[in-house]
Ligand binder design. Structure first.
Ligand code: SF4
Ligand code: SF4
Length: 253
């Protein structure tokens, strides 16, 4: 178990604007589907390092341009996080006889039918790494940044001590604001989040109506999304805007 490496990685991340970083031993991924387990991503995987950078809260407060702000900030952060991930892999491999592989922040997606999955569920990885807890909206809430963090990860064969998991429910008692406000009805009666109701409503891309028209084209959905599908437009942010966890004043550093 390499505590020294953990400290070196934390310092490395501080210098690169990785605002929130957590460590999850691979044993915490017992419930991950086989194809999306860390061991399928990195040989001899021992640790998943999850990191995130928030979009500014001010975007959600913008009177008219919140969706525009989300669009550019998400895609700027995706690239920034991907660069940090590759740099972190190279740093870890320079520190010892380790392997490391980055899990990018958005694409590539693996499609199960029409349903996109990341190589690894970054939301579950964030919870396993102590960065936050699931709220009723199906998003992960960090104690300081709420669900405004964009996430990425690195899976490594280096064995690094894990961070404490957050057990507290992030949702204030009685709050159902996200469900009540959702224009797509993306929550079941019992409150489960329906990803495949939310996604077609909220994620838009100029190329999709052309490149994914008809059953034959849909066979290539993975290739279309993973190549031409970057820079998608987000047409809905209601659950982000109404959530009290996204309105907290950040602590001074
Ligand atoms: S993004 Fe919009 S459609 Fe999706 S869950 Fe949130 S409020 Fe509903
Ligand atoms: S809006 Fe309320 S219920 Fe929904 S995730 Fe935020 S705190 Fe939880």
């Amino acid at each position: 178990m390499d505590k020294g490496l953990k400290e070196s990685i934390k310092k490395f991340m501080e210098k690169r604007g990785g605002c929130a970083t957590g460590f999850a031993p691979v044993e915490r991924f017992l419930e991950a589907p086989e194809k999306h387990h860390p061991s399928k991503i990195c040989k001899d995987a021992k640790t998943v390092i999850v990191f995130g950078i928030p979009i500014p809260r001010g975007i959600l407060l913008s009177p008219d341009y919140d969706l525009y702000g989300i669009h550019r900030s998400y895609h700027t952060l995706y690239r920034q996080l991907d660069e940090i991930g590759i740099a972190l892999c190279n740093f870890i491999e320079s520190e010892g006889p380790y392997a490391a592989m980055a899990v990018p922040s958005y694409a590539p997606m693996i499609f199960h039918g029409a349903e996109p999955w990341g190589l690894l569920s970054l939301k579950h990885a964030a919870v396993n790494a102590g960065l936050g807890a699931f709220g009723k909206s199906g998003q992960v809430y960090h104690p300081e940044y709420g669900s405004l963090l964009r996430l990425a990860a690195v899976v490594t064969s280096a064995e690094i001590p894990g961070d404490e998991i957050i057990e507290d429910d992030p949702c204030p008692k009685g709050c159902n604001a996200c469900r009540e406000k959702c224009p797509a009805g993306a929550f079941t009666e019992s409150g489960d989040f329906k990803k495949m109701t939310c996604l077609p409503y909220s994620v838009k891309h100029a190329i999709y109506p052309l490149a994914l028209k008809g059953a034959e084209a849909l066979k290539y959905i993975e290739r279309v999304v993973n190549t031409a599908g970057h820079d998608y437009w987000l047409a809905c942010d209601q659950c982000l805007k109404v959530c009290p966890n996204n309105r907290r004043i950040r602590k001074q550093t």
